[in-house]
Design a protein around this ligand. Sequence first.
Ligand code: ATP
Ligand code: BTN
Length: 245
Amino acid sequence: MIVVLNLDTKLIGRKVVFLREVDSTNEYAKRIAPHEEEGTVVIAERQHSGKGRRGRYWASPEGGLWMSVILKPGRCESLTLLVFAAALAVTDTLEEFGIKGRIKWPNDVLVNGKKICGILTEGRIGDYVVVGVGLNVNNDVSNGLSRIATSMKTLKGSEISVLHVFRSLLRNFERWYNLYLSGKHEEVLRATKDRSAVLGREVRITDDVEIVGRAVDIGEDGALIVETPSGVRRVLYGDVSLRFV
Ligand code: ATP
Ligand code: BTN
């Protein structure tokens, strides 16, 4: 089958690897990354071992957008800001389809409190970064996930062209990635704060220790600043887990 992509990007997607089924586009992208040029995108119709952070299961049946972008930003100052750039691209794309998404620090996009997108960034420092984006477009989120997840189809009431969403996402990601590369971190941060689902809210963060307090800001390094009864705490992106309280 020939798919005409008509992408309007220069870097992101200059090569697209399209797969019917894969274990995980992030795993596939990591396997090829050492020999690939920057900008190659891996996209699959289904993932049978789609994963979230901490190796959690990510449901990836047909109808969703499951993709990973291979980037080679060189000495990567802040990986967290790169995750924000991807989340901003997702919210821009949702906006183009009339959907208002909010960024749940550090790596999710929510609509009306439900998860529509997750981002998983992996890589080898100084070598490559793989940015994996899972966006629920037309895939079924009714079984098991309905309490916590939503999809573009659920929100719009009809099927949406995954190709249109893909094209828009690459275009928006390229814009944010270029801003990030040119050191316009302030712009990335400001937009992330503007679209945050978290700032001003009471949160519980679990890592080795638990922090409960009000999320008040996001620092230059992407850390979440939380006011707690025992003082201000900076929470760095990592394997931390954030819940609203
Ligand atoms: P935390 O703050 O603890 O990290 P999270 O929701 O961000 O919470 P992740 O590990 O980042 O957790 O994401 C994986 C979670 O996403 C899984 O636990 C699962 O509940 C949920 N999930 C799995 N597949 C999907 C999907 N297609 N759409 C939305 N959510 C999903
Ligand atoms: C999360 O919320 O924890 C992140 C979920 C990331 C899912 C995407 S789907 C494309 C890429 N391949 C994977 O196996 N995971 C990411």
